[in-house]
Design a protein around this ligand. Structure first.
Ligand code: BG6
Length: 486
């Protein structure tokens, strides 16, 4: 294929601390929201929304338990102890960039401490130094669904303004400590997902509020605090290391109208516009009028401190990153229409698309549409920091044949190539879960995204040995040829 990928394109992979590290209570780490996420075999894994729900009773039960079987994120893939060997495998694939996150609770176990836990600080020093030795550029998320549980229980999560100060302290320590090795940062993973799963993202426990309106009010207040924290973190990074880059991170939820009926177009447009709200604030530096109107209509009043507007305006991000897994379809009357599952919401089935084992609509062309839309809207470099297919893989005689994954990535990479040809400035592409990890929503191990197979099942049983899948060798060739082999 004729490749338009730039020479310095960051071909990569992505993981998050809470889904890989394990060692949930080692070396002074505190509990995070991820440590109370339960694997519930009784739940329908396609029912994304309910998988994310955690009630106050479930939090209490989880805090009293040291079980790791049904709290799989507590053991992850034991990356905490295996990271050197795992990085060596990723290096063997030629990976140029690895997106990881820093577990806030390793550095600040409760979140309230004034100074960080030295063992936590050291762990990430070692990790980033090893990545550098392997020639792998770190892309680091500060907050990936792993805020301290203490802040949820004692501060109502991000609803409290005090959490802004604590987060900025955490971020500043990271920028200072890892200045030598880390030059690309992200603030909040999928910041827009606060409305879809408020507990894991902004620490809002829905049962604490009287009604749906109050829950929404709390979530938008919490989001405002994350916007302010993002601005302050951006300022801190540029004060410490002006040449380093920081990005926002959104879930790209691309919606199509089902028909040419203008009413369907209006619905799809509204959905897409709403998806841009978060990046509009972080990139353009102000709340868009359409959201201010919405707040007024919904009687949502956001408490803003003096100076917030100016902070948002001054400290906007350097680049726009996003995850992309699927597209959705909007139409005026959804009654009796077939629905599919997904990481966003259920959607009307798109007759032109296949679905994954978990019912997510596979749409490579949508990735090109998303890239062009985002770039045209913001005129900032874009970075695809998550994309991939969760599938059932089978290990036989030490081998995993995964042609479906190869096909999936080939189709998506080709669309990125076309977007670059169309003039989009794409910094890189870190595929999600380049090594198998625990699913964020369902806490399953059997939902595998990786090029490297990890021999564990949903109950944490197995050798925990790593095996290279067919897609590993395929991706290695793609990286080596900078896309020409596609
Ligand atoms: C994204 C998250 O929403 O989707 C990741 O940022 C997550 O943490 C990924 O793992 C895939 O979702 P899941 O539920 O299949 O793990």
């Amino acid at each position: 294929m004729k490749s338009y990928f730039p020479k310095d394109f960051l071909w990569g992979g992505a993981i998050a601390a809470n889904q890989t590290e394990g060692a949930w209570n080692e070396d002074g780490k505190g509990m995070s929201v991820a440590d109370v996420a339960q694997y519930r075999p009784d739940l329908d894994p396609k029912d994304y929304a309910s998988q994310w729900h955690v009630s106050p009773d479930q939090i209490r039960a989880a805090m009293a338990s040291t079980d790791t079987t049904y709290y799989p994120k507590r053991h992850g893939i034991d990356f905490y102890h295996h990271y050197k060997a795992d990085l060596a495998l990723l290096k063997g694939m030629g990976l140029k960039c690895l997106r990881v996150s820093i577990a806030w609770t390793r550095l600040f176990p409760k979140g309230t401490e004034q100074a960080p836990n030295p063992k936590g600080v050291q762990y990430y020093h070692d990790l980033f130094a090893e990545m550098k030795r392997d020639g792998i550029e770190p892309l680091v998320t500060l907050s990936h669904y792993e805020m301290p549980l203490y802040l949820v229980n004692h501060y109502d999560g991000w609803v409290s303004r005090q959490v802004v100060t604590m987060f900025v302290r955490f971020a500043t320590v990271c920028f200072q400590e890892y200045a030598q090795d880390v030059h690309y940062w992200l603030t909040f993973n999928e910041i827009d997902s606060a409305l879809r799963h408020p507990f894991a993202t902004v620490g809002v426990v829905e049962e604490k509020y009287a009604n749906a309106h109050d829950v929404k009010q709390a979530i938008y207040q919490a989001l405002h605090h994350q916007f302010v924290a993002s601005a302050l973190a951006t300022k801190a990074l540029h004060d410490i290391n002006p040449q380093d880059k920081i990005g926002c991170m959104m879930t790209k939820t691309l919606a199509y109208p089902l028909t040419a009926n203008p009413d369907d177009q209006v619905l799809a447009q509204a959905y897409n516009r709403n998806n841009y709200f978060y990046a509009d604030v972080q990139v353009r530096g102000a709340y868009p009028q359409y959201m201010l109107n919405y707040f007024e209509e919904q009687h949502i009043a956001i408490a803003m401190a003096p100076g917030d507007t100016e902070l948002l305006r001054r400290y906007t991000v350097d680049f726009v990153s996003f995850s992309y897994y699927m597209s959705v379809v909007k139409t005026k009357d959804e009654t009796d229409m077939a629905q599919v599952g997904g990481n966003l919401t259920t959607s009307v089935k798109n007759p032109y698309l296949q679905t994954s084992d978990w019912g997510w609509q596979i749409d490579p062309v949508g990735l090109r549409v998303a890239l062009i839309d985002i770039y045209d809207r913001y005129q900032k470099p874009v970075f695809i920091v998550e994309n991939g297919i969760g599938a059932h893989d089978t290990l036989t005689d030490g081998q995993v044949h995964d042609p479906y994954r190869i096909q999936y990535f080939a189709d998506h990479f080709k669309q990125v190539n076309l977007a670059i040809k169309q003039g989009v400035d794409v910094m890189g592409y870190t595929t999600w879960g380049c090594i198998d990890l625990i699913s964020a929503a369902t806490s399953q191990m059997s939902k595998r995204y990786g090029f490297v197979y990890v021999d564990l099942d949903d109950l944490g049983q197995g050798s925990n040995r790593r095996y290279l899948k067919d897609s590993y060798y395929w991706y290695r060739d793609v990286i080596k040829s900078n896309g020409v082999s596609l």
